[in-house]
Design a protein around this ligand. Structure first.
Ligand SMILES: [Zn+2]
Ligand SMILES: [Zn+2]
Ligand SMILES: [Zn+2]
Ligand SMILES: [Zn+2]
Length: 384
């Protein structure tokens, strides 16, 4: 990918075009089952369980992000998995309900031809688009629900494969109960249900470079401009304070120092959130910002920004660097809204090995950090 920031947008694949989201076409996509890249060293069921509730995680998205100039990363994909349990998204910070894995392959490999994939569906890929893959080419079985490794088989038919007891139970309820053990039935004749209650909706991710910001108006010194904005913000704040007469009584119990610290913190938070909004204003639909090792993430709040010590080194010993961030706009595509709690974040930031290490083309776990909106940036009334 290029040096500047690249933006990702979610789009439903055109009718009959779902084949583009399968492994042979090296997709970037949201939801559905993983379109695995390499077939060696896939993360097992234990590695894909939520760090909070221990339930299996679903594919949130995958990005095709090869590294030009690295022969061993001619193909390279990143896979983000997320827990479906809203309660697991409470605390901000590292990992928790989220996992990210990196995988790469050289141009010459056992799984894919060296030529770029055809722009038309092959008979194989057209069929694969309608039925989820039951197994890898290597023969390893995939879970009928989540599409991850399925080492567990149904004890009755010895055919249907699952990552664990939860998905076996889910598939049983959703129809395997009726198909299981039918005389003459094969694994392939037992159609897999959608499992949309577990999988996130499947959408293509389209990548476009971010347009450089329009140069500042030549007549105004950018510093002056910022100072002017600051002053007006402050006077707004003072107006607000004056206006809230009833609140002032509640504030009396707080000493001046505390109040000043609160106000300062709030205005820092406002500034960061303001910057966030300005930066995404030109392309408000963006769900991904990608810039490996380049311009860092844009934060939604001054709280819970990781320091260097918060980002652990890769297992190879190298530092991890920023690669991409997932924006809150993705939530609009996930159909997770409910009246009560739902899956939520301000931004999710992915850090990957600076050396892009590679041990036998295995999947390597990388690091993800969740930052939430602060109460202030949500325009909720401040709670004193
Ligand atoms: Zn969970
Ligand atoms: Zn599963
Ligand atoms: Zn069965
Ligand atoms: Zn490494």
């Amino acid at each position: 990918m290029a040096a500047g920031v690249e933006l990702g947008f979610a789009a439903a694949p055109a009718p009959g075009e779902a084949w583009r989201l399968r492994s042979a076409h090296f997709p970037s996509k949201v939801g559905g089952r993983p379109a695995w890249l390499g077939e060696a060293g896939l993360p097992g069921p234990a590695a894909l369980r939520c760090g909070r509730c221990a339930q299996p995680c679903a594919l949130l998205l995958q990005l095709y992000a090869p590294l030009p100039g690295r022969a061993d990363a001619f193909h390279r994909s990143l896979f983000v998995f997320a827990c479906r349990g809203a309660a697991c998204y409470g605390p901000p910070g590292p990992r928790g309900p989220l996992h990210v894995f990196r995988n790469q392959l050289p141009r010459s490999n056992d799984t894919y031809p060296e030529e770029p994939p055809p722009r038309e569906p092959s008979p194989d890929s057209a069929a694969a688009a309608t039925a989820p893959p039951r197994r890898l080419r290597s023969g390893a079985a995939l879970c009928r629900v989540c599409g991850c490794l399925g080492p567990r088989v149904c004890g009755r038919c010895r055919c249907a494969a699952y990552c664990g007891p939860e998905h076996q139970a889910l598939d049983w309820r959703r129809g395997h109960r009726r198909a299981c053990g039918q005389p003459g039935a094969t694994d392939d004749s037992d159609a897999v249900p959608d499992h949309n209650e577990f999988l996130f909706p499947e959408l293509e991710i389209l990548i476009e470079p971010e347009e450089p910001e329009s140069p500042a108006d030549g007549s105004v010194d950018p510093d002056d401009k910022e100072a002017a904005v600051d002053t007006s913000e402050n006077s707004d704040k003072q107006e607000e304070l004056k206006a809230t007469g009833s609140a002032s009584e509640a504030l009396e119990s707080l000493d001046e120092e505390t109040l000043e610290a609160l106000a300062k913190h709030e205005s820092e938070d406002d500034k960061i959130f303001q910057k966030f909004k300005e930066r995404i204003a030109a392309e408000p639909e963006q769900i991904i910002r990608y810039c490996r090792g380049g311009e860092g993430p844009i934060w939604v709040s001054s709280e819970n920004i990781p320091e260097e010590k918060d980002i652990p080194n890769c297992s190879c010993g190298a530092k991890r660097i920023f690669e991409f961030q997932i924006m809150p706009q993705l939530l609009n595509h996930l159909k997770v809204d409910s009246l009560g709690e739902s899956i939520d974040w301000g931004t999710l930031v992915v850090y990957t090995c600076a050396n892009n290490c590679n041990e036998g083309n295995q999947y390597t776990e990388e690091f993800i950090w969740k930052q939430d909106f602060s109460a202030g940036s949500m325009q909720l009334p401040p709670c004193y």
